[in-house]
Design a protein around this ligand. Structure first.
Ligand code: IVH
Length: 668
């Protein structure tokens, strides 16, 4: 047993040292930060449980980092420490309570919470206000002398902008790179066939640790101050005073830091920052909570590796390594083939993910990935997860891009607009048709509620829909036989299909899924031409008269409306009763946006038709019967059973007087 423990400890120490080298020296990590932290945590726990195996040489006892032989080494005047991490509110609360207990005699204990910048730790030595040394943290005792590179970093003053600067000042902080600058840097590296950096931290580190300062200077590095080592000639009382003093000296401060008086305040600031994390222009990987009073730092002291007066509260990891199980190729609505990755499920930023985007086949080539490889994946914000790089190849075999459409087996061609994309040009490709159907019924197109993917897939399988217009010939029997369909659902869907016939021309145009024609341009075209029959006869000049339409798009539109297949689709939709006119009053307000409205009784001011048009123009949908799905019931004189039913169901009833008031703001 003891032997097993010892060999696990040896293994962990070796692994950590190996990964330190990838991370700190090569700026090319092979595991994610959280996986690295897990190795450390496991080792710390084993060393705690089996103290006979503890060693001062263990990576748990030392500040991690390297001093490359490419740089001269330089001794810090005071050691640069690391931080202990917590990963949950509970752990952080325990640290907080410990501090409170250890400082129980202290009145008015304050904390300061700062974002933890994901960059490279740097020590700037100012003598009489002049920058004399810029060094990396290195092993904490000695760092790499990168002074010439440091001088190129924006936001690091060569001369402190204060009168009577400290005679000696070791100012510490983080050199980092903005998210956008990181992306541009990687794009440039990709353009020349390079590998790129895994994340902004590696990019900052790789850029700062360059032999040639000119390269560093081109990399748009920046700096935030966060702590200090030795200082002579200036008395500081609190961390918050130190930050303000840095600002006076000419350093930029982070916008978000907060002095907190309780754990509750810390927790709510942590919530705010967790939500803000993705919208910040630089990468943060957590918060650093510090005791604010500097005299208490001395009282609490340090361990070998980290101060007791601060803790890093780490956010859920955004990157993780996992296995790429399969590369799937999907065919889009316009025939573009898009590869995507099926992953061994892994938790990223608190969410389990099993798919990642691959953009196109060039991306697969650039990443040199194939099924079976171990990859580093990242999830930032709401964006679909992406593969950052391969960390371990399964076999040295290249992924073979398909030569044929995976849906219809037709030959594929390189797209001449999106140069890196391949397209299936078979107009009858089933996968394209399925995608087109999904688009046609979607909320921003014909908005047929209840017509989801599952419904589409079943109807396609049963061959109930072969062309778009078939939607409008679906019967009660066709729908009632679908999975989970009962009478009510069937009737609702049939009603939704019928209601969609009245959608505006702009929605119809968008629903047709014409390449390059999005929602906005559909509206512009519909407003100009008003009727699809006019549009079908329009010349290139008619199109280019619209300021938003250039000659390329005009030619494209002309070709589309001349195309036999497109005309056939349009004719069949017209035959099915779909509206082809853009009414003048279309969408002039949003009062009834997506509300199901029923009219009953006689209105005095409007005919039934006029009232319906007004409701539609304000975003509403007209239904004929009152049920639970009805949002508004518009009531005129002599209303009968519909009014009774509306009252029973507790629906919102709008009489003519209120109706007029509601629509008056729309200038009808
Ligand atoms: S205070 C230990 N504040 O995180 C010395 N550190 O993982 C006190 N870091 O080496 C450091 N943002 O380079 C402090 N707001 C912040 C920070 C921060 C990033 C870095 C720092 C440290 C590392 C520990």
């Amino acid at each position: 047993m003891q032997l097993e423990i010892k060999s696990r400890i040896d293994y962990l120490r070796k692994e950590i040292i190996r990964h330190n080298d990838f991370y700190y020296d090569k700026n090319d990590p092979k595991i994610s930060d959280s996986e690295y932290d897990n190795l450390i945590k496991e080792l710390e726990q084993l060393e705690r449980e089996y103290p006979i195996f503890a060693s001062l040489n263990s990576p748990t006892q030392k500040v991690s980092g390297v001093i490359s032989s490419s740089f001269e080494s330089v001794r810090h005047s005071l050691p640069m420490l690391s931080l202990d991490n917590t990963y949950s509110y509970e752990e952080t609360a325990r640290w907080y309570e410990r501090i409170k207990k250890n400082l129980s005699g202290e009145a008015g204990l304050e904390f300061i919470v700062e974002p933890k910048i994901d960059g490279i730790s740097t020590n700037l030595t100012y003598v009489n206000g002049i920058l004399v040394i810029g060094a990396t943290r290195g092993d904490g005792v000695k760092g790499e002398n990168v002074t010439e590179n440091i001088k190129t970093v924006e936001g690091i003053p060569y001369k402190l902008r204060v009168e009577n600067p400290p005679s000696f000042f070791e100012l510490r902080g983080e050199v980092y790179i903005n998210k956008l600058d990181f992306k541009s840097l990687n794009d440039e590296i990709f353009k020349i066939g390079g590998q790129g950096f895994s994340n902004p931290r590696n990019a900052a580190s790789g850029s700062l640790r360059q032999k040639n300062p000119q390269i560093t200077s081109a990399r748009k590095l920046r700096f935030f101050a966060h702590s200090f080592g030795r200082i002579r000639g200036r008395q500081l009382r609190r961390q918050s005073d130190f930050l303000r003093y840095c600002q006076e000296c000419g350093f930029q401060l982070q916008d978000d830091f907060k002095v907190c008086n309780s754990l509750k305040e810390i927790a709510s600031f942590a919530d705010v920052m967790l939500n803000k994390r993705d919208s910040l222009y630089y990468e943060i990987d957590g918060l650093v909570i510090k005791v604010n009073a500097l005299k208490l730092h001395e009282k609490l002291g340090n361990t070998n590796k980290s101060p007791r007066w601060a803790i890093a509260y780490k956010f859920p990891a955004k990157q993780a390594t996992t296995k790429l199980n399969k590369i799937c190729v999907q065919v889009g609505r316009t025939g573009i083939l898009t590869p995507s990755a099926v992953l061994e499920p892994v938790v990223l930023a608190g969410v389990k993910i099993s798919h990642a985007t691959l953009h196109n086949f060039e991306e697969i080539k650039r990443l040199n990935i194939n099924e079976g490889d171990t990859v580093l994946v990242e999830r930032a914000g709401d964006v679909i997860p992406k593969i950052v790089k391969v960390v371990k190849k399964d076999k040295e075999v290249f992924f073979k891009s398909p030569h044929n459409c995976p849906s219809c087996n037709s030959e594929i061609v390189k797209d001449n607009e999106e140069k890196v994309a391949y397209r299936c040009i078979n107009p009858d490709c089933p996968a394209q048709f399925r995608r087109h159907l999904i688009h046609f019924v979607s909320r921003s197109a014909m908005n047929i509620q209840g017509f989801g993917k599952a419904v589409i897939d079943q109807l396609l399988k049963k061959k109930k829909i072969k062309v778009l217009a078939d939607i409008y010939y679906l019967t009660y029997d066709d729908l009632i036989s679908l999975d989970l369909f009962k009478e009510k659902k069937t009737i609702n869907l049939l009603e939704a299909i019928t209601a969609s016939k009245k959608r505006s021309l702009s929605r119809l145009l968008f629903a047709l899924g014409i390449r390059h024609i999005g929602e906005k341009i559909s509206e512009i075209i519909a407003k100009r031409f008003k009727n699809i029959n006019v549009l079908l006869k329009a010349s290139i000049e008619d199109f280019t008269r619209i300021p938003e339409i250039g000659s390329v798009l005009a030619l494209f539109l002309k070709r589309f409306f001349e195309n036999d297949a497109a005309r056939h689709v349009i004719d069949s939709l017209i035959a099915a009763g779909v509206n082809i006119i853009e009414s003048e009053t279309y969408k002039i307000g949003k009062q009834f946006e997506d509300k199901v409205c029923v009219l009953t009784g006689e209105l005095r001011t409007y005919t039934r038709k006029q009232a319906s048009e007004i409701i539609i123009s304000l975003g509403g949908r007209i239904a004929s019967s009152v049920n639970k799905k009805t949002d508004y019931v518009f009531v005129g004189k002599n209303a009968g059973s519909k009014l009774e039913k509306a009252k029973k169901l507790g629906l919102r009833i709008i009489y003519e007087k209120e109706f007029k008031k509601l629509i008056v703001t729309s200038k009808i």
